[in-house]
Design a protein around this ligand. Sequence first.
Ligand code: KG4
Ligand code: ZN
Length: 370
Amino acid sequence: MTPTTVLAIETSCDETAAAVATGDETGPGSWTILSSVIASQVEIHREWGGVVPELASRQHLRDLCGVAERALGDGGVAWGDLDAIAVTQGPGLVGSLLVGVAFAKSLALALARPLVPVHHLAGHIESLFLCRPDLPLPAIVLVVSGGHTSLYHLPAAGRYELVGRTRDDAAGEAFDKVAKLLGLTYPGGPVIDRIARGGDERAIRFPVARLTHDDRVAGPPTVAPPGRPRRGDGRMDFSFSGLKTAVARHLQRRRARDPGAIPESELADICASFQRAVIDALLDRAFEAVRRFGARSLGIAGGVSANRRLRELAAARGEAGGLPVVLPTLHLSTDNAAMIAAAGLRRLSAGVTARLDLNADPALPLVSAP
Ligand code: KG4
Ligand code: ZN
């Protein structure tokens, strides 16, 4: 079987990324990442306390050619060696996506190679197969990032069924917003992760909403687990905006009592308690989904899966229940193009390619390969 060499481009948010990978129709066991380059814009956006879309798209324009050339160089691959170009089509910031899509289309045209459109979340999901090609299926995958907190059931490779999602903020967004409330720098996740290490995660009890019924927020259709619901079965949706408000109220009360600066140890307790509340909500739903779908493994992907305490607690729960729990390496957790290459290879072997009038879609729905 001749391997296919793919160049993947990812520009959906604030990382300009390119990767070169090879693989064949036999699937993840054949996937090899030859290079993966990421130019992070974090320093640019930090000054503003969050991603500024206009600045992000301009920076992608500046960086993308160099990042792609470097990915080819690191991978020891020439332009002519490429068999296909994969690109994140959505979801994400439209201006940022457009830079990657226009670049990928130009390359596909110039090299006369197929263009493979990839959904950003399919990339995060497929990052798990780069780390564990034989991930036991059916699996439940929790995608937890700055823009998404969603639970997917994977009955088979390349099939993604949405079973739960956030009704408001994504978990990464909650980390970023709470960090802002605490006067910490953007992005908040890694900072809270670090500060929380010195804190007591049981110091403050922050409430997390448990959704037990449909609400007025209509979202995309989700797949129900097989069998009849049992007493006490909740919905597998998430909500983090109440938790953010609880932290804000705690800080207001605290500042009314004592307007002085928060001492380091108290800050660590707040970070640790907030972080634990998020992790418990994520893992409770994820393990509940595993039980209800009879899944044989649990995958956790996306930027928040880089969280050290989440990794520890997920592994411990998995071990206790005899369930394989798979998390990507830290490089593959946050946005990168290696995961887009993996999803691109998966789609290419299913025969999915795009025409050169492909457009970026900031609200692209995730559909399984045919
Ligand atoms: O997947 P990602 O790189 O980009 C999106 O697709 O959104 O995720 C970024 C999110 C940010 O909200 C960031 O604060 C969060 O992931 N994050 C973390 C950690 N590292 C990144 N959250 C908690 N702990 C971390 N160590
Ligand atoms: Zn992402």
